[in-house]
Design a protein around this ligand. Structure first.
Ligand code: G3H
Length: 482
C-alpha cells in the first residue's frame, strides 16, 4: 500500500553470520533496520486492506482482470531490477548458499509469471458458458476478502510470494508479515510494491508476531489465514480469530518425509539423492528427507557410502564457492540438534561419520545416526536441521506402519528397481502421503505440481494452479433459456 514515513521505533537487523571483533570475540554485523510496528500500525494496515477490498466493491476486486494482471507484470519488471541486492541479503540474513539464493529469486520471478499465465487460462476457461437443463452458466473465480500472509524463514521470499501473488491476482487484498529471519530482503521491494499496486492491496507489516499479527486476527476481519511455517503459529493465530470456523486456511506445515531404500536400489543414486534430500540448506526444508529406512540386506553398505559422502560435504560461508553446508541462522538450532544427537547416543545409536555432530556457535556439522529406534526423539521430531537418522527394516510393513502412524503426510521417496513390487507400494503410499518420489529426493517443485500434505502437514494446496483455487470462491451467473 501507501508507504508512509515511519516515525516509530526501529528494529535492528543483524546478519546471522557472526564476525570477529579485534579481540577475536564474535559480534553480529548490523545489516540495517526495519520499523518495529506495534498494534496501532498493524491495525492501520488492516484498515487499508479492508478499504481496498471494501466488501467486494473496492478498487481492487472490481478492477478488470487484465488491469490486475498489468499491475503484477509491472511489479515483476521492477522486482527483476532488485535481483542482486535481494539475493545478497538472502545469503547474509538466512545463510543460504549463493547458488540457492539466486535460485530462490529466479524461481520466484518464474512463479509469478507462471501464475499470471495460469490465471489467464483459468479466466478463459471459466469464461465459457455451460448449458444444463435450459440454464446457461458463466462460472468464474471470485476473491474471498482480506488475506493475512506469513511465510517461513527458509524461503522468506519465495514461499511468502507463493501465498501473496495468487491471493492478490484473484482480487483479494493482503497484509503481509515477513518471516522472523529474512526481513530486510523485503525492503528493496517496497518501492516496487508501491509503484505497481493501488494503495491498500499489499500492506507490509514489520514487527513481532505477537504484537502485530495477533491484534489483527483478534478483530475477526481476516478472511483467509495463509501461512507456511509451524503449526503452533497457525493454531495460535486461528485461536485469536473470534469466528474461526469462518476463517479459510491455506497452510503449509511440518513434515517428516521418509526415504525407503529397497534391497535392489541403485546405491549410487540412493546415496546422492539422500544427501541432497536430507542436507541441502542444512536440512532446513519442510520437504527434506528426515528419516531413512534402509533394508537390512544393504544397510551396512548404504551406511558406509552415505557417511563417507556426508564427510566430503564442504562447509563454508554462503557466498563462498563450493560451500554446501553453511551456518544455521536460528541461534538456538545448533544446541537443539546436538540435543537430538546426545539423546540418540544415550539410547544406543552411533554417529557413523567422522565429523558428525560437531557444534560451535552457529556451526553444526551433520551427524549420521544409526541404528535409530522409537525410543529416540529424532525418530519422531521434525529436526529441520543437519542430522540424519537411519533405521533398518526387514519387512516393508515396518516403514509403512510408521508412515501410517505419523502425524505428518507430505511426501515419501522410494529407491528400488523392481517395478512389480514398487507398484503396489505406491498404491498404499498414495493413501498415506501426497507425493511419492521414485528414485529421487522429496521436493516441492516443479511449482506447477500440487504442493500439499495429509494430516498435520498442510491445509489446502499451493501450486501455480491450485493456489488460485485456494484463494478464490467459485461463483457463477445463471441465465434461463427463455
Ligand atoms: O520448506 C519447505 C519448502 O517448501 C521446500 O521447498 O523442496 O523446493 O526446497 P523445496
Amino acid at each position: 500500500g501507501e508507504i508512509k514515513e515511519w516515525e516509530g521505533p526501529m528494529a535492528e537487523v543483524h546478519s546471522t553470520i557472526q564476525s570477529l571483533d579485534e579481540e577475536g570475540k564474535t559480534r553480529p554485523t548490523l545489516l540495517g533496520s526495519v520499523p518495529d510496528m506495534g498494534e496501532k500500525a498493524a491495525l492501520e494496515a488492516l484498515s487499508a486492506a479492508e478499504k481496498a477490498f471494501d466488501r467486494g466493491q473496492g478498487v481492487w476486486p472490481t478492477l478488470p482482470v487484465r488491469e490486475r494482471i498489468k499491475c503484477l507484470e509491472t511489479f515483476v519488471e521492477k522486482m527483476k531490477a532488485q535481483r542482486e541486492i535481494v539475493s545478497t541479503l538472502l545469503m547474509w540474513e538466512i545463510c543460504k548458499t549463493r547458488a540457492d539464493s539466486y535460485k530462490e529469486f529466479d524461481r520466484t520471478i518464474t512463479y509469478i509469471t507462471d501464475t499470471i499465465d495460469a490465471y489467464k487460462k483459468l479466466d478463459r476457461k471459466s469464461a465459457r458458458f455451460e448449458k444444463e437443463s435450459g440454464i446457461h452458466a458463466h462460472i468464474r473465480r471470485s476473491p474471498i476478502g482480506v488475506v493475512l500472509c506469513l511465510g517461513p524463514y527458509n524461503y522468506p521470499l519465495n514461499e511468502t510470494f507463493c501465498l501473496l501473488i495468487p491471493a492478490i491476482l484473484i482480487g483479494n487484498t493482503t497484509i503481509f508479515k515477513p518471516a522472523k529471519l529474512g526481513i530486510l530482503l523485503i525492503t528493496p521491494l517496497l518501492e516496487a510494491f508501491k509503484e505497481s499496486f493501488p494503495p491498500g492491496v499489499v500492506n507490509i507489516i514489520f514487527g513481532r508476531g505477537r504484537s502485530i499479527a495477533s491484534p489483527i486476527m483478534s478483530t475477526g476481519k481476516i478472511d483467509v489465514l495463509a501461512l507456511i511455517g509451524h503449526s503452533s503459529s497457525a493454531v495460535a493465530l486461528q485461536d485469536q480469530h473470534p469466528n474461526k470456523n469462518k476463517l479459510r486456511l491455506a497452510l503449509g506445515l511440518e513434515a517428516k518425509n521418509p526415504a525407503i531404500i529397497l534391497p535392489d536400489a541403485d546405491l549410487d543414486i540412493a546415496v546422492e539423492e539422500c544427501i541432497s534430500g536430507s542436507l541441502s540448506y542444512n536440512g532446513q526444508r519442510c520437504t527434506a528427507l528426515k528419516i531413512l529406512y534402509v533394508h537390512e540386506d544393504i544397510v551396512e553398505e548404504f551406511n558406509k557410502r552415505f557417511a563417507r559422502a556426508v564427510d566430503r560435504l564442504t562447509y563454508g560461508m554462503p557466498w563462498e564457492k563450493d560451500a554446501f553446508l553453511t551456518p544455521l541462522p536460528e541461534p538456538s538450532k545448533p544446541a537443539y540438534i546436538r540435543g537430538l544427537v546426545d539423546d540418540a547416543l544415550q539410547h544406543g545409536a552411533k554417529i557413523l561419520n567422522e565429523k558428525g555432530g560437531k557444534v560451535s556457535k552457529n556451526y553444526c556439522y551433520p551427524a549420521v545416526l544409526y541404528p535409530v529406534n522409537k525410543e529416540m526423539a529424532v525418530y519422531h521430531e521434525e529436526q529441520f536441521g543437519p542430522v540424519v537418522p537411519i533405521v533398518s527394516f526387514k519387512n516393508i510393513s515396518e516403514p509403512l506402519d510408521d508412515i501410517a502412524e505419523s502425524n505428518y503426510g507430505q511426501q515419501v521417496s522410494i529407491f528400488g528397481k523392481d517395478t512389480v513390487s514398487i507398484g503396489p507400494l505406491v498404491d498404499i503410499l498414495a493413501n498415506l502421503v501426497c507425493r511419492i518420489n521414485l528414485n529421487s529426493a522429496c521436493q516441492r517443485g516443479p511449482d506447477v505440481y500440487p504442493f500439499t500434505g495429509r494430516k498435520n502437514s498442510a491445509v489446502a494446496t499451493l501450486s501455480v494452479f491450485d493456489a488460485l483455487r485456494t484463494f478464490s470462491i467459485r461463483t457463477f451467473v445463471a441465465a434461463k433459456d427463455n
